[in-house]
Design a binder for this molecule. Structure first.
Ligand code: HEC
Length: 136
């Protein structure tokens, strides 16, 4: 008999513990804090899903991780310089002007210069000579 009472009070305890955790029925669901301002991230590439992000996905992740893009920051001019460098040195294809300006606008808007950015790349003419270079 005492055992049954113990089980009963234990299960009463459990029930009351559970009901304590249940939210009030009329509780409002709090909005996601950043949702309104920050665009969501594409789960595959990590690119911000805003504006023309799909054009960037279509043209910019074939050769390297999208992380190279999302960790980089720059003005329109800096992004253009990176694209020109890849076109000259890394076989990046040419874009028609409309596509190119959409890509640059997306990048400059979503990955603009910030305090925590990497240092700019050293211009080639300021690099020390590379004894192993195969380029003339
Ligand atoms: C045809 C291949 C190719 C495509 C397509 C390509 N890249 Fe690159 N990109 C490269 C290579 C190669 C590197 C150098 C990778 C390394 O250093 O490991 C690079 C490096 C980068 C870097 C790092 C630059 C730095 O200074 O560290 C960024 C940022 C970048 N690419 C952005 C882009 C963007 C934006 C696009 C789309 C417009 C793009 N890439 C499309 C080949 C490509």
């Amino acid at each position: 008999m005492r055992r049954a009472a113990a089980i009963l009070s234990a299960s009463l305890l459990l029930v009351s513990a559970c009901s304590n955790e249940a939210p009030p029925i009329d509780a409002e669901v709090a909005p996601e804090p950043a949702a309104a301002t920050e665009p969501a991230l594409d789960p595959v590439t990590g690119l911000k899903m805003a504006g023309d992000w799909e054009i960037v996905r279509a043209n910019c992740v074939a050769c390297h991780s999208s992380r190279l893009i999302t960790q980089q920051r720059g003005t329109s001019q800096q992004w253009l310089t990176m694209i020109r460098w890849m076109q000259k040195k890394q076989n990046l294809w040419q874009f028609d002007p409309d596509t190119e300006s959409k890509i640059i606008a997306y990048l400059a808007e979503n990955y603009p210069p910030s305090d925590a950015q990497r240092r700019p790349a050293i211009p080639p003419e300021l690099m020390p000579p590379n004894p192993y270079s195969v380029e003339k």
